[in-house]
Design a protein around this ligand. Structure first.
Ligand code: NAD
Ligand code: IPM
Ligand code: MN
Length: 369
């Protein structure tokens, strides 16, 4: 039986609660005999600051490099508001993404049939929605230099963030988007702001060129990022694969999350380039954050985290059937009416994080029986 080594980084806030849901589901998956899953757990974010004085210890980074895949809960929270910028909790996650070269962040926004009425939008706008946001994750304004606040001669301050993209960075994310589109509906929309930003001009130029040279069979549309945000709310089903930069991808994926009913529904896969053995470095993380407002209250929806495990089975381990089994178990659980508060009508009859994870684990066992 194949054996996989998973590094679990629960992090802060609701991170440990939703990661406990992963362990509940892993126990059920192990029983099916699909594969052997070994887990190790380590600290990241605020939890690592409390222990090591920094949000990602070097040993943790080494463990991450050695693991077959990494699952991360969430980082950050008000407790660490006062720590120095360079060692804030979020810097730990950004270092993991950058040092592991996880440049492609896939954020699928799927409206489960049972949740069509949980969206902030009308049922007919979101029913059947299935968008794949492809967010560039290791470039752009997140990492461009200079990035600083300086004091001017008159004592006032000046803050600078730098948006940088190179041809190579845009080419590789464009390939990811077009390759995915070929396995889906064959349509890509590329969002940037070439009307304002030089990086947007280059983005559009490179995406156009990659398309013309390699993907004439895929339909490509360019859309300005602000219009894209509006179109996502106006008529979301016009999109299939949506490729965009790091910052626009961050914002547009939170918008897309609400189409599905809740930020607690969106999983993601952060992927590196395929290595020699075909195995690529990868980290799986929900799109949501540490949700300090509900942390510790057994209220968080674990589906984004558990869905991230399903993506791990599919993208890192090639266990497509197991991933389908787990996605199916989530569908069954929602169809049976099980809801955490964020997706329940008026919060009525909601179950907690633990009960939702147990219901999904039970659905895994039922499907596997
Ligand atoms: P957030 O995503 O943590 O929460 C936004 C809102 O969505 C809150 O009302 C929260 O209760 C709700 N929510 C989020 N996840 C949920 C879930 N699984 N179930 C039910 N409701 C859920 O965003 P924020 O409040 O802006 O940020 C809080 C902290 O999290 C900040 O420190 C931020 O930097 C960090 N953050 C981390 C990540 C990450 O680790 N990947 C992502 C986003 C934000
Ligand atoms: C996300 C988060 C992160 C980001 C933060 C916590 C660094 O918002 O994964 O969407 O901005 O990328
Ligand atoms: Mn975000």
């Amino acid at each position: 039986m194949a054996s996989y080594n998973l590094l679990l980084l629960p992090g802060d806030g609701i991170g440990p609660e939703v990661m406990a849901g992963v362990e509940t589901v892993l126990a059920a998956l192990r029983e099916t005999g699909i594969a052997r899953f070994e887990t190790e757990t380590d600290l990241v974010g605020g939890a690592a600051i409390d222990r090591h004085g920094k949000p990602l210890a070097d040993e943790t980074l080494e463990r991450a490099k050695a693991a077959d895949a990494i699952l991360l809960g969430a980082v950050g929270g008000p407790k660490w508001n006062g720590v120095a910028y360079d060692i804030r909790p979020e810097a730990g996650l950004l270092r993991l993404r950058k040092d592991l070269a996880l440049f492609a962040n896939l954020r699928p926004a799927i409206c489960y049939p049972a949740l069509a009425d949980a969206s902030a939008l009308k049922r007919e706008l979101v029913e059947g929605l299935d968008i794949m946001i492809v967010r560039e994750l290791t470039g752009g304004v997140y990492f461009g230099e200079p990035k600083e606040i300086t004091v001017q001669a008159d004592g006032s301050k000046r803050a600078v963030d730098t948006q940088v993209y190179t041809t190579g960075e845009i080419e590789r994310i464009a390939h990811v988007a077009f390759d995915l589109a070929r396995k889906r509906s064959g349509r890509v929309a590329s969002a940037e702001k070439n009307n304002v930003m030089k990086s947007g001009v280059l983005w559009k130029e490179v995406v156009t060129q990659v398309h013309a040279e390699h993907y004439a069979d895929v339909a490509l549309e360019h859309v300005l990022a602000d219009n894209c945000a509006m179109q996502l709310v106006r008529r979301p089903k016009q999109f299939d694969v949506l490729v965009t930069d790091n910052l626009f991808g961050d914002v547009l994926s939170d918008v897309a999350a609400m189409l599905t009913g809740s930020l607690g529904m969106l999983p993601s896969a952060s992927l590196g380039a395929a290595g020699d053995g075909g195995m690529r470095r990868a980290l799986y993380e929900p799109v949501h954050g540490s949700a300090p407002d509900i942390a510790g209250a057994d209220k968080a929806n674990p589906i984004a985290m558990i869905g991230s495990l399903a993506m791990c089975l599919r993208y890192s381990f090639g266990l497509g059937e197991a991933a389908d089994l787990l996605d199916g178990a989530i569908t069954d659980t929602l169809a049976a009416g099980t809801r955490t508060a964020d997706i329940a009508a008026d919060g009525a009859g909601a179950v907690g994080t633990k009960a939702m994870a147990e219901a999904i684990a039970a659905a895994v066992r039922a499907r596997a029986a």
